[in-house]
Design a protein around this ligand. Structure first.
Ligand code: PEP
Ligand code: MG
Length: 561
């Protein structure tokens, strides 16, 4: 491929130079393959394909982590299941080609497993993985999914599922570039959390040949293919300059004139907590507890959860720990908390709605949290909040259950327009609120946050979204209750100034973003932030809002954007 640059949206700052490995999409059956004329010979080919898949699973199991090993071994066994090969034989005899036979046989088997329910039904995802891999073997295509990587690489994908991103090793995956996705997709969030430089929505990314050396700037969103030495040194110098500005700021967050703004890290696991706690952060403002359970087949027990929460609370000592109860559903489905198919999952029974339908899950979680809090001497500044709250009834329902367990501060997330508009009423029940700007943007603009093509609508710079945030802050003001931000907007150094100007008193973000936000705050007074907020809310368009704020910003802020 000739030398060129691609431009996407930088969502996790940092510089990387490494060869590309690609996440290949799963292929379907070959629609042009001829009908089977020799079912016996084709049956042998199908068996060989399944055997190849089983063997590669067994190989992977030998080097996999303790938790992944049994899953891979069970999948290998499933690929060797004679009933599966026999089902394919039947399809071949009826005239299907080899890939079509595999596809249809798996589909039939999947329905059978689903109907059995329980553990068997949960194997359906593994079965589809076997189907995709067997079809790749038969079509001589590269395997789908995240490839195994043994040397530093840049991972290029159309998009990545949260479960795929969570398992990435930052020492090998030096950067992520996706053609799809958006700044608030969970791939972007998780990449920043893992400290992996990332660029999303980069058109043309999927046409980069594997093995091509690329330089990635996760701050600006630039991806240079086969860069020259000069380009590499320019990009790395820019990254070093940024590092130098950042190294000058430390300590609690505050504006230039000393107005305190807590700077907190978003976490998803106990290991994240232990890593964030070693950094210069004032605690965690969002513990996404559902990330603990993304790849689980069964609900975590009270004991397991208590142990995890103890680790998180211990890590942060007396600092702030804001735990969000399970936010399952929509783009974060959990197999043990599944209420069935929905036409529009993002508008369906997700977040607190799911907890109300499965109260047992919430109660176990609150009990575990209370037990962990007691076990750690009630030392942390612990707060618990519910996701996707829309009404006063929901707020009361949640607050009562948390208070019954003696949890000290009980809050809500404001990520639905209804909650922003009625913040005053909801905050007369709850102790605090945290703005989930990712979902608040999605629901205010009626634009799916997974849709890269809608990122212009999804930006929290949209004056309508800023207005919604203002409604929420006014509700906080009227009740004297604190409001924070824990969506991705809080990690944008320029937008953070606007949020502080609107009245938020804490910002929680991927830990890698804290230093730039801290440095930005230190350069501006609270009055300037308030002026920026007024201009931004009054702007005609998102671009105007950003431009107006940039004009008021300190010149040194440019090096941080
Ligand atoms: C949000 O919606 O802004 C938020 C913080 O929650 P999540 O991204 O996990 O949906
Ligand atoms: Mg949300």
């Amino acid at each position: 491929m000739e030398h060129q640059s691609l431009f996407g949206i930088g969502v996790s700052a940092g510089f990387a130079l490494a060869p590309v490995v690609k996440v290949m999409p799963a292929p379907s059956f070959d629609s042009r393959e001829p009908r089977s004329t020799d079912p016996a010979a084709d049956g042998v080919r199908v068996r060989e394909a399944f055997a190849t898949v089983a063997e590669s699973m067994r190989q992977r199991a030998t080097t996999a982590s303790e938790s992944a090993r049994p899953i891979l071994e069970a999948t290998a066994q499933l690929a060797s299941d004679r009933a599966l090969a026999k089902a394919a034989d039947k399809k071949l005899k009826a005239g299907a080609g080899v890939t079509r036979a595999v596809h249809d046989a798996v589909e039939e088997y999947a329905i059978l497993l689903s109907n059995l329910g329980g553990y068997m039904a949960e194997r359906v995802t593994d079965l589809y993985d076997i189907r995709d891999r067997a079809i790749c073997v038969l079509r001589d295509l590269p395997m789908p999914g995240v490839p195994e990587v043994c040397e530093p690489s840049v991972l290029v994908a159309d998009d990545l599922a949260p479960a795929e991103t969570v398992g990435l090793d930052p020492s090998l995956i030096r950067a992520i570039v996706t053609e799809g996705g958006g700044p608030t997709s969970h791939t972007a969030i998780l990449a920043a959390q893992l400290g992996i430089p990332a660029v999303v929505k980069a058109p043309g990314a999927m046409s980069i040949e594997p093995g091509t050396s690329v330089a990635v700037d996760g701050g600006t969103g630039e991806v240079i293919l086969a860069p020259t030495e000069e380009e590499v040194s320019k990009l790395s110098a820019r990254a070093r300059m940024r590092e130098a500005v950042l190294a000058q700021s430390s300590g609690p967050g505050a504006t230039e004139d000393g107005y305190p703004v807590s700077l907190l890290a978003n976490i998803g696991t106990a290991a994240d907590a232990e890593s964030a706690a070693t950094q210069d952060v004032e605690g965690t403002g969002l513990f996404r507890t559902e990330f603990l359970f993304l790849d689980r087949d069964s609900a975590p027990t009270l004991e397991e959860q208590t142990e995890t929460y103890i680790r998180v609370l211990r890590a942060f000592g007396s600092r702030k720990v804001v735990v969000r109860t399970l936010d399952a559903g929509a783009d974060k489905p959990l197999s043990f908390a599944n209420l069935g198919e929905e036409e529009n999952p993002a508008l369906g029974r997700r977040g607190l709605r799911l907890s109300m339908a499965r109260e047992d899950l919430l109660i176990t979680q609150l009990d575990a949290l209370a037990a962990a809090y007691d076990a750690t001497g009630r030392l942390a500044d612990l707060r618990v909040m519910a996701p996707m709250v829309a009404t006063t009834e929901e707020t009361t329902w949640f607050v009562e259950r948390a208070r019954e367990r003696n949890l000290p501060y009980v809050g809500i997330m404001i990520e639905v327009p209804a909650a922003a508009i009625r913040a005053k009423q909801l905050l007369s029940i709850a102790d605090f609120a945290s703005l989930g700007t990712n979902d608040l943007s999605q629901y205010t603009m009626a634009a799916d946050r997974m849709q890269g093509a809608l990122s212009d609508l999804l930006t929290p710079w949209q004056p309508a979204v800023l207005q919604m945030i203002k409604f929420a802050c006014d509700g906080g003001d009227a009740t004297g209750k604190p409001i924070g931000v824990c969506g991705e907007a809080g990690g944008d150094p320029l937008l953070a100034l606007v949020l502080v100007g609107l009245g938020v008193s804490s910002l929680s973000m991927a830990q890698s973003k804290v230093p730039a936000v801290r440095a930005a705050l230190r350069l501006h007074s609270r009055a300037t932030c308030q002026q920026m907020a007024a201009y931004a809310v009054d702007a005609e368009t998102a671009a105007d809002a950003r431009a107006a704020v940039e004009q008021l910003a300190h010149p040194r802020l440019k090096g941080l954007l």
